[in-house]
Design a protein around this ligand. Structure first.
Ligand code: NAI
Length: 253
């Protein structure tokens, strides 16, 4: 039986991923702010904005961990610093805590976003943030540089992609793989919240050329695949799961 940890297991993509893993017979340990309506091996109330909460949750889970699914995240309706804390610093810190319980053959996957596709435009800033390797140092860097970050949500997702690429080189030496996905528009409570500040036609434009939004299960399958032995040669990759939106980018007027 595979022992897996999932953040964001109470809703949307994380919940669908937990359900799929339960279906496959995995031992699923969930962390989230809110309790999921699923029967998991364990659930620990955890706030990814608070490092003490994260390390306590991982200590509680304990034992060997075969796979980590980083699915928790907050939308751009939240404050800038909160977005960067949860989506990047907290996710990175959770990963570092879980890594202490991982062994050769283990795997990590995170949900970035097609909103993170512009990482090449912010390489210097992103590398500076990545160089601050602790949660506290990351906060200090963000507090100093927050004014220069135009879109905190995109920046958090760009950081997640670049960090995945960076970690992949050292982790593979331990036989551990790390990847991420970049979903397009997925019909979840988060997207409902985003629709309160982003016009519908803007979201529909992100759902081109496929011309429909994704359902959470269409995101869960690739996440499970990337953390399975079927993906044993995939490392440091960012997989677009967006119905072809990123592929069409070079051909848009
Ligand atoms: P969701 O809102 O349905 O689920 C997110 C889960 O994360 C919730 O259960 C929530 O309680 C949990 N969470 C939020 N803040 C937390 C914190 N501080 N500590 C612990 N848990 C926390 O969202 P959805 O749509 O399933 O998103 C999952 C991931 O996919 C996020 O990282 C999101 O940015 C990403 N994504 C979503 C897209 C979409 O269209 N829905 C598109 C691209 C990426």
């Amino acid at each position: 039986t595979k022992r897996v940890v999932i953040s964001g297991c109470a809703s949307g993509i994380g919940r669908a991923t937990a359900e799929l893993l339960l279906h496959f017979g995995a031992e699923v340990h969930g962390v989230d702010l809110r309790e999921p309506d699923l029967c998991l091996a364990s659930f620990t109330v955890t706030d990814l904005a608070l490092p003490d909460s994260i390390s306590a949750a991982v200590a509680q889970i304990g034992g060997r961990v075969d796979a980590l699914f980083n699915c928790a995240g907050v939308p751009p309706t939240h404050g800038k610093l909160d977005v960067l804390k949860v989506n990047f610093l907290g996710t990175r810190y959770l990963t570092s805590c879980v890594l202490e319980h991982m062994h050769e053959g283990a795997a990590i996957v995170s949900t970035s976003s097609n909103g993170g596709a512009g990482w090449r435009n912010h390489l210097a800033e992103l590398r500076a943030l990545l160089a601050e390797t602790t949660f506290a140092a990351g906060i200090a860097w963000l507090e100093q540089n927050l004014a220069g970050i135009a879109n905190a949500y995109s920046f958090s997702k760009e950081a997640l992609i670049l960090w995945t690429m960076h970690e992949s080189a050292s982790l593979i030496k331990r036989g551990i793989r790390i990847n991420c996905t970049s979903p397009g528009a997925v019909q979840t409570p988060m997207l409902d919240e985003i629709e309160t500040i982003v016009a519908r036609d803007v979201i529909d434009a992100v759902a081109q050329p496929i011309d429909r939004r994704s359902v959470p299960l269409e995101q869960a399958w690739p996440l499970v695949m990337l953390n399975s032995d079927a993906a044993s040669y995939i490392n440091g990759a960012d997989l677009a799961v967006d119905g072809g939106f990123a592929a069409a980018a070079p051909f848009r007027p």
